[in-house]
Design a binder for this molecule. Structure first.
Ligand code: BES
Ligand code: MN
Ligand code: ZN
Length: 500
């Protein structure tokens, strides 16, 4: 068995120190002071005080730049000794009624990015009236982070990270800041795993991350190795992993606080394909370059679990990941093979690139054995989801309206975009087989829907929801609080769903 590379234990979270500052904004003595102004509203008291200290330079620059308070509109000035901070940034917040959580994170993230570009150690963000201190601190931490582990430092210009962010407001913000710290770590963990190349983020790496969760109270971690997976007869995971020189892992993290009803538990299930070449139905070179991100579902459920086991909600939560590579090889699984899945159902393989649904089917069946109230699976499952909804929306499927509404509400609360899609029994028929209980491939049209309906065959009597995150799991450029690379999409929705 080949070993993962030496980076396996490095975990560069680069989390900035988050704290609060109860003083007057004009006394903030960190590097960058960030102020916000709502569109068509008067400047805040903090802005007026800062502008006065600068002899009116801020309002003058804002007028010259036609500053209207629109989101991402910015005016920045160096203070040249007129204030204890080095630099001041005024940012538009848009309409007060539209200042949703994602825009709050974007606001703080833009400040963190400016501080980073200016090589300033610390930012102070004046909490806008009506904003949530947790979102502001979270946005600063996410905007200040970047995955740089594998970039060699330039001695002429060593890499720079902002060290701290303070939320400036009166009152005790310690609980809000502590929560932001946990959420930031969770999202960054997910982002890092998804961004890591496939020779770093291997099935065993995902298992190591899961084992680390076992140090928290009320947590049990079980990792099945190749022999245990074969013994259990997880036919989907066995088949997909057969072409790989790296062993598969099946991961189960159980969080069970005392007194929690096991039948009220939720199970978070993630697709953990650490590289998807397509297998024998091999993808093009271009189609393969981003396929290290095919464990974005796994990174979302592990990231969420990182927060959940620290926040210790009342309900029990399971986290289940089926992890392996999908590779071509002399022993790789072949089109026309018939697999016997962990549930006992037989599946005729028509395309080895439709592998995610096979490993997920076994993970979902495992979850049904725990008899949870709800199984929610996350997967970078189909290119068709990207075609249907674009890169920002996740396709949501459920055969229970109450569950669909519950998950949509959790997404709305944290401002992660979910869009419910239909399950169509007529389309499901296109998964029928003459040689087995079904195939792994529907007709060409509606590919995200047929993938969902394949999974539905394994949910048993459990409540179930499927999120196809193929679009939002990765971003190709920096955009507000989103980084280029893995986005950590889903972490915040799952934490909300767990009531944490
Ligand atoms: N991991 C891919 C889906 C994917 C594609 C995610 C592009 C993100 C970007 C998945 O395993 C896959 O290959 N799906 C096939 C399914 C097809 C063979 C039915 C696809 O989408 O082409
Ligand atoms: Mn594939
Ligand atoms: Zn895949």
């Amino acid at each position: 068995m080949i070993q993962p590379t030496a980076f396996v234990n490095t975990f560069e979270r680069c989390l900035m120190q988050l704290s609060s500052f109860a003083g007057d904004a004009t006394t903030f003595d960190g590097g960058l002071l960030v102020l916000g102004r709502y569109a068509d509203e008067a400047p805040s008291a903090a802005e007026l005080a800062v502008d006065a200290a600068l002899g009116g330079a801020l309002s003058k620059a804002a007028a010259r730049l036609l500053f209207k308070g629109k989101p991402r509109q910015t005016v920045a000035l160096d203070t040249l000794g007129q204030l204890p901070c080095e630099r001041v940034m005024l940012q538009g917040l848009g309409d007060r009624a539209d200042f949703a959580p994602a825009l709050q994170r974007d606001f703080a993230a833009l400040g963190a990015r400016d501080a980073k570009a200016m090589r300033l150690d610390e930012i102070g963000v004046v909490l806008p009236d009506g904003a949530d201190a947790t979102e502001i601190a979270l946005g600063a931490a996410l905007g200040g982070w970047a995955y740089t582990t594998l970039i060699t430092d330039d001695p002429e210009r060593p890499r720079f990270a902002v060290k701290g962010a303070r939320v400036i407001a009166s009152g005790d913000l310690s609980a809000a800041i502590a929560r932001a710290e946990i959420l930031a770590e969770a999202v960054i963990l997910s982002r890092q795993l998804t961004t890591e190349p496939p020779n770093v983020c291997t099935p065993e790496r995902l298992a190591e991350v899961a084992r680390a969760l076992g140090e928290q109270p009320n947590v049990t971690v079980t990792v099945l190795d190749k022999a245990a997976i074969w013994d259990k007869g997880m036919g989907g995971l066995i088949a997909v992993s057969r072409g790989s020189r790296r062993d598969p892992r099946f991961i189960h993290v159980s969080y069970a606080p005392p007194g929690a009803d096991p039948e009220q538990a939720i199970a978070l299930v993630g697709k953990g394909i650490t590289f998807d070449s397509g297998g024998l139905c091999i993808k093009t070179a271009q189609g393969q370059t981003e396929m290290h991100m095919d464990m974005g579902g796994a990174s979302a459920v592990l990231g969420a679990m990182h927060a959940i086991v620290r926040l210790q909600p009342k309900q029990a939560v399971h986290c289940i990941v089926a992890a392996c590579e999908n590779m071509p090889d002399g022993d790789a699984y072949k089109p026309s093979e018939v697999l016997t899945m962990y549930s006992g159902r037989t599946v005729e393989i028509l395309n080895t690139d439709a592998e995610g649904r096979l490993v997920l089917a076994d993970a979902i069946h495992y979850a049904t054995e725990l008899k949870p109230r709800l199984i929610i699976d996350l997967a970078t499952l189909t290119g068709a989801a990207l075609v249907a909804l674009g890169p920002y929306y996740t396709a949501l499927y459920s055969d229970t309206d109450g569950i669909a509404d519950e998950v949509l509400a959790a997404g709305k609360a944290v401002d992660e975009r979910l869009w419910r899609m239909p399950l169509d029994p007529k389309l499901a028929k296109t998964l029928d087989s003459g040689r087995a209980d079904g195939t792994n491939l529907g007709i060409r049209w509606g590919g995200s829907i047929t993938a969902a309906q394949f999974l539905q065959q394994f949910k048993g009597d459990c409540g179930w929801c499927h999120l196809d995150i193929a679009g939002p799991a990765m971003a190709d450029k920096v955009d507000g609080y989103i980084n280029a690379g893995g986005t950590g999409f889903g972490v915040m929705t799952l934490v909300a769903l767990a009531g944490a």
